[in-house]
Ligand binder design. Structure first.
Ligand code: NAG
Ligand code: NAG
Ligand code: NAG
Ligand code: NAG
Ligand code: NAG
Ligand code: NAG
Length: 287
């Protein structure tokens, strides 16, 4: 009995790949995500746009323009996963075509759409051909957390991707959009009743995640925990944090009337606006 168990364990170890077969890794659904790239090639009236790498059709490819001589040879393709994922591997399929050469390109993972940002890390380098083949790249040094996955080529040429797939798992962020229309005080009360608080945004990264939630709102603005004290002539966060980082819309002056609170724009760059506390908006609680 014991021996046969040991035998099965040994066989099992030999045939499984710990990463790829981990039941926690799922194929991330990509056809509802947003892709963009440095430029797009056009031929016969077809624009070879970034979304073609995610459409599930291996015959439709994305294709950037070749980089111009005497310019920085940088071309890239990025997908915004619209959430935080732990990414274990990325597979790239390309049709057979003699000019497809992704070698030397990098797969980058980060929380910022800027490729050289401090919160972007290298997952793997594409050190093999993808022409006519489906190749899988595991992140070196283990899975990486991030919102954006980029194929980044900083040697001359262009980026062609016929189909990109990836495996990972989603992490729920500690922010919750409440799709109810409430005044600022009622929103604050609602969050606190559920053992949460209206969200505070203390850095750029949180601004990015909260903006993602705001995008799903059904009101043009969402309440944040940002409140104005007219006696102190001061903006502060409902959880008592000071306002250091800020994202005010350019035309918003900092001084306000009494009864003003801060709301985030659902669209655009999710800038902050001062609004009457009696306006009714959806709101974001922090868990
Ligand atoms: C291709 O892109 C050009 C330039 O952006 C645009 O004017 C044109 O409508 C696009 N064509 C198609 C078929 O989407
Ligand atoms: C992205 O943000 C998450 C959550 O804050 C963090 O765990 C992760 O390390 C970040 N990713 C990178 C590449 O910095
Ligand atoms: C590509 O890189 C991986 C990981 O670093 C390595 O295991 C593999 O042997 C490399 N392949 C080639 C063709 O160099
Ligand atoms: C490429 O391989 C990955 C991993 O096995 C798979 O999930 C994906 O569907 C394959 N893509 C194509 C286009 O065959
Ligand atoms: C190309 O980009 C990679 C990934 O960010 C980086 O490690 C490498 O230093 C870059 N090479 C050049 C020549 O800029
Ligand atoms: C909240 O207000 C918006 C318009 O500002 C409306 O479209 C939406 O249906 C309202 N939601 C609820 C739950 O009443």
């Amino acid at each position: 009995m014991l021996w046969s168990l040991l035998f099965i364990t040994l066989i099992g170890n030999r045939t499984t790949h710990p990463d790829r077969d981990d039941p926690g890794w799922e194929t991330i659904k990509l056809d509802d995500k947003v892709a963009f790239q440095s430029s797009f090639y056009t031929a016969n009236g077809v624009n070879y746009t970034a979304d073609r790498a995610l459409d599930g059709d291996i015959t439709r490819c994305s294709h950037t323009l070749p980089t111009e001589p005497n310019t920085e040879p940088i071309s890239w393709w990025t997908v915004d996963l619209l959430g935080l994922y732990e990414i274990s591997c990325i597979s790239i399929y390309n049709n057979y075509q003699s000019n497809i050469d992704l070698s030397g390109a990098w797969i980058l993972i980060g929380n910022s759409s800027e490729r050289n940002a401090a919160d972007t890390t290298e997952c793997a380098t594409i050190n093999t051909t993808t022409s006519g083949e489906n190749k899988t790249f595991n992140c070196e040094n283990g899975p990486k957390w991030g919102r954006y996955v980029t194929v980044y080529k900083n040697t001359s040429g262009f980026v062609i991707l016929c189909e990109v797939t990836m495996k990972g798992r989603k992490k729920e962020l500690p922010f919750k959009l409440i799709k109810e229309n409430k005044t600022w005080a009622d929103a604050l009360y609602h969050c606190r009743e559920e053992h949460m608080d209206l969200v505070s945004i203390l850095d750029k990264e949180t601004q990015g995640w909260v903006g993602l939630e705001a995008q799903k709102a059904d009101t043009p603005f969402v309440w944040l925990g940002l409140h104005y004290s007219c006696t102190l002539d001061l903006w502060f966060w409902a959880d008592d944090h000071c306002v250091g980082f800020d994202q005010w819309a350019p035309d918003e002056t900092r001084t306000a009337d009494c009864s003003m609170s801060g709301a985030m724009n659902k669209g655009g760059n999710h800038l902050w606006y001062k609004k009457s506390v009696y306006d009714k908006y959806n709101f974001i609680c922090a868990v």
